[in-house]
Design a protein around this ligand. Sequence first.
Ligand SMILES: Nc1ncnc2c1ncn2[C@@H]1O[C@H](COP(=O)(O)OP(=O)(O)OP(=O)(O)O)[C@@H](O)[C@H]1O
Ligand SMILES: [Mg+2]
Length: 299
Amino acid sequence: MTKVQFFGAGLSGFQEKTLPGRLIVLEGTDGVGRSTQIALLKNWLESSGFAVLDTGLTRSLLAGRGLKKAKEGHTLGAKTMDLFYATDLADRLENQMIPALRAGFVVLTDRYVYSLMARAIVRGAAADWIQSVYGFALKPDAVFYLKIDLPNLIPRVLASTGFDYWESGMDFLPGDDMYDCFVQYQTRLLATFDQLARQYGFDTVDATQTVNKVFSVLQRKIRKVLPKEAPVVDGARVLAIPSGRPAAAAEEDIEGRREEFAAALAAPADAAKAESQPRAKRARANSKRQIARAAAKKA
Ligand SMILES: Nc1ncnc2c1ncn2[C@@H]1O[C@H](COP(=O)(O)OP(=O)(O)OP(=O)(O)O)[C@@H](O)[C@H]1O
Ligand SMILES: [Mg+2]
């Protein structure tokens, strides 16, 4: 994050003007494929040498358990739930995301203020009120919106967890047919996401494509947001793999570059980058000479 900016007044007591990490948001409606992509991206980024924090709704120490319990009981009103989710995000920002950004991590977040705004607006909250609630939140480096339409979403949800009470808006919609409620709720939610996409300038990704296609589009876009230099870990520079290929290909790359990695990690921190190439070359040349000598002896 080159420059720290908040949506409004920001977090109290926050002083820094810049943070070295990157805050990357994946947004999209229920069941669109966010978790699938976050898992692939985390693997890819880590195998490229970046430290990654992945986070998402209801994962705060302060409010996570309470929120899950509240959802079981269905007893809290819509506005209370909005503020409970805001508390969860504020706690994660202050205690997980900002410390990770300060330490140079790539923070991947599964949903951010936008899903929370969309859900609140669809349930009748005033848009300017819910947007002002999130004045404490950091503006992210990038927001990728996984966009899908209802005909593509329904089979995807049916093939995974099936329809759910909250994801069908049954807490506020009249009627007791879950399918009808899902259609109504998701139609309204998708329209609200589209409005927010225009307002906040989301980078929209066509989520109707295959998992691998969505992944490679995200890789290409995220590479532009990453720092040019790979991070320094434990005093040695870890080599980044500037590869746009899927995680399996990145793993093959690591396999082929083990020597190079070992050389970089063994070298002192400031000399690691400069020395890793020649050291790896020398190691390869040595092993070639040894193979040639062994072959000559045999002959
Ligand atoms: N691009 C895709 N094409 C087809 N199926 C997909 C695609 N991406 C994910 N899926 C499948 O859709 C289902 C939902 O995916 P996933 O759990 O990643 O979505 P999610 O957005 O995290 O859902 P939730 O809102 O429930 O957290 C899973 O069965 C997953 O395998
Ligand atoms: Mg998920």
